[in-house]
Design a binder for this molecule. Structure first.
Ligand code: BGC
Length: 764
C-alpha cells in the first residue's frame, strides 16, 4: 500500500504538515493516524545495526539488540573493494529489514583532515575520490534491500571539538575539490534516500541552514532526489533550516520546531509551498519504506559473521614485514603479549557502538589455527583499563618473549583514547604500550606488532619491530582475520586509505586543528593527506595507498588508447600486473593524475581511478581504466565549474602514492575558455597574455614610442639583469599607468574604449 502524496498534502492541516517535519522521538517520524500515515524508523549506522532494545535510554548506546558488528570505516576503505562494500551494505540492509528498521544512519564519509579527529574510526579516507566511490557502493548495497541510508555528516564536519558550534572556514576550491566530492559521488552514483546535515557551520552558516549546500549544490547541481535530515539536535533555527532545504529535524522535540513552522507560515515568513515540499519529501521516504517493507525478512547471522571476517581480512594492512617474517612458520614457540589479544578492541565509541552477535578473540583463533603445531604462551603485558606501567606484567611478558622464537605484541589505542565526542590530544599510543614493545624487542628480535586503533599512531619503536599488522578496529570477526593473516591462511591485501605521518606535527592541519573560539580555518587548503606530503616532499611513516602482501607484483606495459584528447572525450589506460611471488594474492592498482603545468596551484598528483585484482602465482592480467574530464579538472571559481586547463598531464600507475611504477603522458585540450575581465588595473602583462590584448598593448606602446620588447632592448640598460628587471616591472604595471606616462598621447576615455573593445572581441 502506497500513500497518495498529492491527495494527502491537499487534505492535511498546516499543523499536520509541520508535524511531519520533525521526529516523534529519537528514532522515528510522527504517524498521522487520521490520514493513515505510518511512522518511519531509523537507527545508527554506520558499520552495523544499532537498534535500541525496548526500554533503553533514548540514545540507546550500550542497550541495543545484538547485530553483526562489521569492520569500521578505515578497514572498509582499506579494502579498496567496491563489491565488498556493496556486500556489507546489503547485509546491513538485510539486518535492518529483519529488525523492521526503514533506514540506517550511514555511511559516515567525512574527510580525515587530521589524524587526531576523534571520529576518524567511522570515516573512510583522506581522499575524496576513494571516499565517493566506496560510499556509493555501500549505499547501493543497503538500498538494494529496500532500506534507506543517510549519508553523513554533510558537510565539512572533520572534528569533534565544539562540533555543534564550530565554524569550518574553507575556501571554495578546497570545499569543492576535497570536502564535497565524497558526497557528490554518493549522490550521483547511488541516490541515498537521505543526507544528514552536519552540526557545524560552514563559512559562517550552520550546515543545517545552508541553502548553498542543501539546495544549490545538493539538489540543483548534483540532482539529489531524497530528503535532508538533521544530525541529532543540529537544528538551530527551524524556520531558517526549512527554507534552506532541511526537510526533517531529528530527533523529536515535542513539536517545538513544528510550532515555529506553523507560526512562520501564518505570519507570511515561510510559504506553504516550502512546507509542502518538505512534507512531500518525508512522505516519499515513507512510501519507499512501505514499498519495500518485508515483514518476514530474516538473515543468517553466521553468514554475516563470515562476511565480517572476510572484510576484516581484506582490509587489515600489513605495514612492514622485514625478511618475510610473516606468515608465521607453523612450528616452534610463539609468545603472545598484550591484553588486546584476549580482550580485543574492535569498534569505536559513541553512536556507532553496537552489541555484536559474537566476538572472535585473537588469542583463541591463533591457538586454534595452529593447534598442535605452534607452542603458544600468553602474557597480559598491561592492563587495558589502566593507563600505567605495570612492572610485574611487563617482566612476565619479557620472560615469555625470551623463551619463544617469536613474539607478537598486541597494542594500540584503548577506548578512552578515541571516540565520538572528543578529539585525540596527541597521536601516541599509551606510553606503557610503546615501552612494552621496546622492552620485548630487547629480548626478542622476531617481533611482530598487531595494532588495534581507529586512526594513525606514532611508532617510536618502528625500527625494532620486524613486522607490523595494522588491524584497525576490525569488527566482531577481527580476531579470526588477524589469525588468518599471521598464520598465512589469508594473504594480506589491504592498503591504507590515509597517510600515517611520523608524528602528529607533520600533518598539514596541525597548526589549525581544532581551531579557537568556535572557528577552525582550513588554512592547509587543498593540501590534505598525501597531497601535502607530496607537495612538501616530506616522507611519511607510511604513505597513502601503502600495504604489503606475502607475494610480489610487477607492473608493466602501460598503454593509452590516445595521446591527445579534448575535455569532452575519455582516455582508456591499460596496465599489466603480474604476480611474481609464491602465493596467490590481491593487488590494489592506483592511478593518479598530475597536471604538468598549471596556472593555478594544484596538488602534485591526485587519485583518479583504482582497481583490486586477484592473481594466482605467475598469473598476469591487463587492467583497464577510463579517465574522463573530471580526472584532469580543477574547480574553477570564475566558471563555477570543473575546468581542464589545456596542456600535458601525466598518468601515474602505482602500488601506493609513494611508489609510482609507470608513467604516461597525454595532452588534454579544453573546449571551454575561462572568461577574462580586463580593467584599468589589469596589468600590461595580463593583457599581453591574451592574443588580442597583446596586439593592443603593442600598438599602444608603439604609439607612445615604446614597446615591451624595445624596453628589453633599451641600450641604456647596461646589464641583462637591468633589462630583465625593466621588462618585469613593465609587465606588472597596471594599464592605467599608460595614461600617466603617455605624455598626453593617451587618456582615460581612450583606455576605457580599448578595454571595452578587447572584452567584446573576446566574447564574440
Ligand atoms: C551523530 C550521528 C548519529 C546520531 C544518532 C549524532 O550525535 O553525530 O552520526 O547518527 O547522533 O545517534
Amino acid at each position: 500500500m502506497k500513500l497518495d502524496i498529492d491527495k494527502l498534502i491537499a487534505e492535511m492541516t498546516l499543523e499536520e504538515k509541520a508535524s511531519l517535519c520533525s521526529g516523534l522521538d529519537f528514532w522515528s517520524t510522527k504517524p498521522i493516524e487520521r490520514l493513515g500515515i505510518p511512522s518511519f524508523t531509523m537507527t545508527d549506522g554506520p558499520h552495523g545495526l544499532r537498534k535500541p532494545i525496548p526500554g533503553a535510554p533514548e540514545h540507546g548506546i550500550g542497550y541495543s539488540e545484538p547485530s553483526t558488528c562489521f569492520p569500521t570505516g578505515p578497514i572498509l576503505a582499506a579494502t579498496w573493494d567496491k563489491e565488498l562494500l556493496e556486500q556489507v551494505g546489503s547485509s546491513i540492509g538485510k539486518a535492518a529489514q529483519a529488525a523492521g528498521v526503514n533506514m540506517v544512519l550511514g555511511p559516515a564519509i567525512n574527510i580525515k583532515r587530521s589524524p587526531l579527529s576523534g571520529r576518524n574510526f567511522e570515516y573512510y579516507s583522506e581522499d575524496p575520490y576513494l571516499t565517493g566511490e566506496l560510499a556509493a557502493s555501500f549505499i547501493n548495497g543497503v538500498q538494494s534491500q529496500g532500506v534507506g541510508t543517510s549519508v553523513k555528516h554533510y558537510a565539512v564536519h572533520n572534528q569533534e571539538y565544539r562540533r555543534m558550534s564550530v565554524d569550518a572556514v574553507v575556501d571554495e576550491r578546497t570545499l569543492r575539490e576535497i570536502y564535497l566530492p565524497g558526497f557528490e559521488g554518493a549522490v550521483k552514483d547511488a541516490q541515498p534516500w537521505t543526507i544528514m546535515a552536519a552540526y557545524n557551520k560552514v563559512n559562517g552558516t550552520y550546515a543545517t541552514e545552508n541553502p548553498y549546500l542543501l539546495t544549490d549544490i545538493l539538489r540543483e547541481e548534483w540532482g539529489f532526489e531524497g530528503a535532508v535530515i538533521s544530525d541529532w539536535m543540529a537544528v538551530n533555527e527551524r524556520v531558517v533550516a526549512l527554507a534552506a532545504g532541511l526537510d526533517l529535524e531529528m530527533p523529536g522535540n515535542g513539536g517545538y520546531g513544528d510550532q515555529k513552522i506553523v507560526k512562520a507560515v501564518q505570519e507570511g515568513k515561510l510559504s506553504v509551498e516550502q512546507v509542502d515540499q518538505a512534507v512531500e519529501r518525508v512522505l516519499s521516504l515513507i512510501n519507499k519504506a512501505l514499498d519495500n517493507s518485508n515483514s518476514i525478512a530474516v538473515y543468517d547471522k553466521e553468514e554475516h559473521h563470515q562476511l565480517a571476517r572476510r572484510v576484516a581480512t581484506e582490509g587489515m594492512v600489513l605495514l612492514k614485514n622485514e625478511n618475510g617474517l610473516l606468515p608465521l612458520q607453523k612450528t616452534g614457540r610463539v609468545a603472545v603479549i598484550g591484553e588486546m589479544a584476549k580482550n580485543p578492541r574492535y569498534q569505536g565509541g559513541g553512536s556507532s557502538h553496537m552489541i555484536p552477535t559474537q566476538i572472535d578473540v585473537p588469542w583463541e583463533k591463533l591457538v586454534a589455527g595452529a593447534a598442535g603445531q605452534i607452542e603458544w604462551s600468553y602474557a597480559q603485558g598491561y592492563e587495558l583499563v589502566k593507563d600505567e606501567w605495570n612492572e610485574e606484567l611487563v617482566n612476565e611478558a619479557i620472560r615469555s618473549a625470551q623463551h619463544a622464537d617469536y613474539a607478537i605484541v598486541f597494542a594500540g589505542l584503548p577506548e578512552l583514547y578515541e571516540s565520538e565526542g572528543f578529539d585525540r590530544e596527541h597521536m601516541r599510543m599509551p606510553d606503557h604500550h610503546n615501552r612494552l614493545i621496546e622492552e620485548v624487542a630487547k629480548v626478542q628480535p622476531n617481533l611482530i606488532v598487531v595494532l588495534s586503533n581507529g586512526s594513525p599512531v606514532e611508532m617510536p619503536w618502528i625500527g625494532h619491530a620486524k613486522a607490523i599488522l595494522e588491524a584497525y578496529l576490525g569488527g566482531q570477526a577481527a580476531g579470526s582475520a588477524i589469525a588468518d593473516i599471521l598464520l598465512g591462511e589469508a594473504n594480506p591485501c589491504g592498503k591504507l586509505a590515509e597517510t600515517f605521518p611520523e608524528q602528529a606535527e607533520h600533518n598539514p592541519s596541525h597548526f589549525n586543528f581544532p581551531g579557537h573560539n568556535d572557528e577552525v580555518v582550513y588554512r592547509e587548503g587543498l593540501l590534505v593527506g598525501y597531497r601535502y606530503y607530496d607537495a612538501k616532499k616530506i616522507k611519511s611513516l607510511f604513505p597513502f595507498g601503502h600495504g604489503l602482501s606475502y607475494t610480489s607484483f610487477e607492473y608493466s606495459g602501460m598503454r593509452l588508447d590516445k595521446t591527445q584528447l579534448t575535455d569532452q572525450e575519455t582516455v582508456k589506460v591499460v596496465v599489466s600486473v603480474k604476480n611474481t611471488g609464491p602465493f596467490a594474492g590481491k593487488e590494489i592498482v592506483q592511478l593518479y593524475v598530475r597536471d604538468v603545468k598549471s596556472s593555478v596551484a594544484r596538488p602534485a598528483k591526485e587519485l583518479k581511478a583504482f582497481s583490486k585484482i586477484y592473481l594466482e602465482p605467475g598469473e598476469a592480467k591487463d587492467i583497464e581504466f577510463v579517465l574522463d574530464k573530471r580526472a584532469f579538472a580543477y574547480y574553477n571559481t570564475i566558471l563555477k565549474d570543473w575546468h581542464v586547463e589545456s596542456g600535458e598531464f601525466e598518468i601515474l600507475a602505482g602500488a601506493s602514492s609513494d611508489n609510482i611504477l609507470l608513467t604516461a603522458t597525454v595532452q588534454v585540450d579544453s573546449t571551454v575558455a575561462v572568461p577574462k575581465r580586463f580593467t584599468r588595473n589589469s596589468t600590461i602583462g595580463d593583457l599581453s597574455e591574451d592574443p588580442i590584448g597583446a596586439k593592443i598593448v603593442q600598438q599602444i606602446m608603439q604609439g607612445m614610442g615604446q614597446s615591451p620588447s624595445e624596453a628589453e632592448k633599451d641600450e641604456s640598460a647596461d646589464s641583462e639583469t637591468t633589462r630583465k628587471m625593466m621588462a618585469e616591472i613593465v609587465k606588472s604595471m597596471p594599464m592605467r599607468t599608460l595614461v600617466a606616462t603617455s605624455k598626453g598621447a593617451f587618456d582615460d576615455q581612450k583606455l576605457d574604449y580599448i578595454l571595452g573593445q578587447i572584452e567584446s572581441n573576446i566574447r564574440s
